[in-house]
Ligand binder design. Structure first.
Ligand code: HEM
Length: 391
């Protein structure tokens, strides 16, 4: 930088003045007469403040020079200018560092912040809202899942297992799903450590170890991001057709999936709950997370990577990801402990006929009627499942 700020001389003068003031305040009491109480003035700078200066016409629009004449030592106009996002001179090329000449961003009000400099506004949103409420929401969902499992327990198939297997997921679908799931898990764990680790890990590990861990996970986050982005697109395309709204979805929602009656409502290949996860978690929140994440990594070529845009992207990224992690905690629960043998289907690609009939009866009917091929993958089903297949 050639010259950091046009008012650098004024800043220096202000600092010197503050130093002189501090020195004056530490001088013996006998030398500084106590200032008289002045109504309306909250804090006084130096002895020479004129009590009526703020009532002068044009007071608010004064330059620093004008203010110095009526209130010596009051540098408010200069600091207002510093905090207004005024651009100074910088030798860095504008194309690479468009904001290099701006020391302090202008005033804004982000949702949940006061009207203040953008950096401080962003800090307020993060520290007063995203971290406490986002963290609480994650814990609440975790506890809710635990209570659900404890009081209601897993869904079991109320149909007899026949030993005959039907293909639920092709190898391609499973590869896409697991690539995405692994990338998601790395992102979720590293994201949680970066956002909340200082509250639960740092006290246990100490600052140095926690610092190294956060640094390592930040790098893991950056590498898992693009993997998640690509696999998310594949997952979206692969599972879209069977997640489109279909007959039976409305009844499924109205009856809460059968939770109230204790009998599962008939559904196609994916039920209403899975469709909500797909459209809400995978499609909407997943795409928002990917777009804001790529933006934060400077991987989108067309944008202006200003501080303001980065702040907005970071807030949206954090909020969408808290929502997404909440949804996927539910999904992971339902795919493992919450539905007996569902995990088997995603692991091997095959489920028992009885499982298919119990949980996705309309899909099973379609297979039996030949409307959906029983075997979609191009492999010998018996070899893949290790069991004879007769549907
Ligand atoms: C990390 C641990 C995960 C586990 C253990 C898991 C488990 C499962 C299981 C068992 C199924 C089959 C359910 C059924 O047969 O109906 C499934 C389906 C599915 N999973 Fe996951 N999953 C995980 C993460 C993810 C992630 C991160 C995504 C996407 C961002 C995802 C997207 C899907 C989709 C799209 C389906 C098809 C059903 C639907 O459309 O809702 N999964 N998962």
């Amino acid at each position: 930088m050639k010259k950091a700020f046009p008012n650098a001389a004024a800043v220096l003068a202000a600092l010197l003045l503050c130093g002189a003031t501090a020195w004056a305040q530490t001088a013996p009491a006998a030398e500084s007469a106590p200032a008289p109480a002045m109504p309306g003035i909250q804090s006084m700078n130096i002895a020479d403040v004129k009590p009526d200066a703020s009532t002068e016409p044009g007071y608010a629009a004064q330059t620093n020079g004008e203010r110095a004449r009526v209130q010596p030592g009051n540098n408010a106009p200069m600091w207002r200018q510093v905090g207004s996002g005024v651009a100074g001179f910088s030798s860095l090329p504008k194309s690479q560092a468009p904001e290099a000449g701006v020391l302090i961003q202008p005033f804004v009000q982000y949702p949940g912040s006061r009207v203040t400099n953008a950096g401080e506004a962003w800090r307020q949103v993060r520290n007063n809202w995203i971290i406490p409420y986002g963290g609480s929401l994650l814990l609440i969902v975790l506890v809710a899942i635990g209570v659900f499992h404890w009081r209601i327990g897993p869904m079991v198939a109320h149909e007899v297992y026949t030993g005959r297997k039907v293909e639920r997921f092709t190898p391609f679908e499973r590869s896409a799903h697991w690539t995405n799931a692994i990338a998601f898990s790395i992102l979720a764990i590293s994201g949680i450590v970066m956002a909340f680790g200082q509250f639960f890990l740092e006290p246990m590990l100490g600052k140095t170890l926690f610092g190294w861990l956060a640094y390592a996970l930040k790098n893991a986050h950056n590498f898992a991001g693009p993997l998640f982005a690509v696999s998310l697109l594949v997952v979206i395309i692969t599972f879209m057709r069977d997640n489109l709204p279909a007959k039976g979805d409305l009844e499924w929602f109205l009856k809460g999936g059968g939770l109230i009656e204790g009998k599962e409502i008939k559904s196609g290949r994916f039920n209403g709950g899975e469709k909500v996860t797909y459209w809400g978690g995978v499609f909407v929140l997943g795409l928002i997370a990917v777009l804001t994440g790529l933006f934060l990594n400077h991987l989108l070529p067309v944008f202006d990577y200003s501080r303001a845009n980065m702040q907005v992207a970071l807030m949206v990224h954090a909020v969408s990801n808290v929502g997404m992690i909440c949804m996927f905690m539910g999904h992971i629960y339902m795919g493992t402990l919450g539905t007996k043998d569902a995990y088997e289907g995603m692991r091997t690609g095959y489920v028992d006929e009885g499982w298919a009939k119990a949980h996705h009866e309309l899909w099973y009917d379609d297979i039996k009627a030949g409307r959906i091929p029983a075997q979609r993958a191009n492999v010998a089903p018996a070899a893949a499942a290790g069991k004879p297949v007769q549907v």
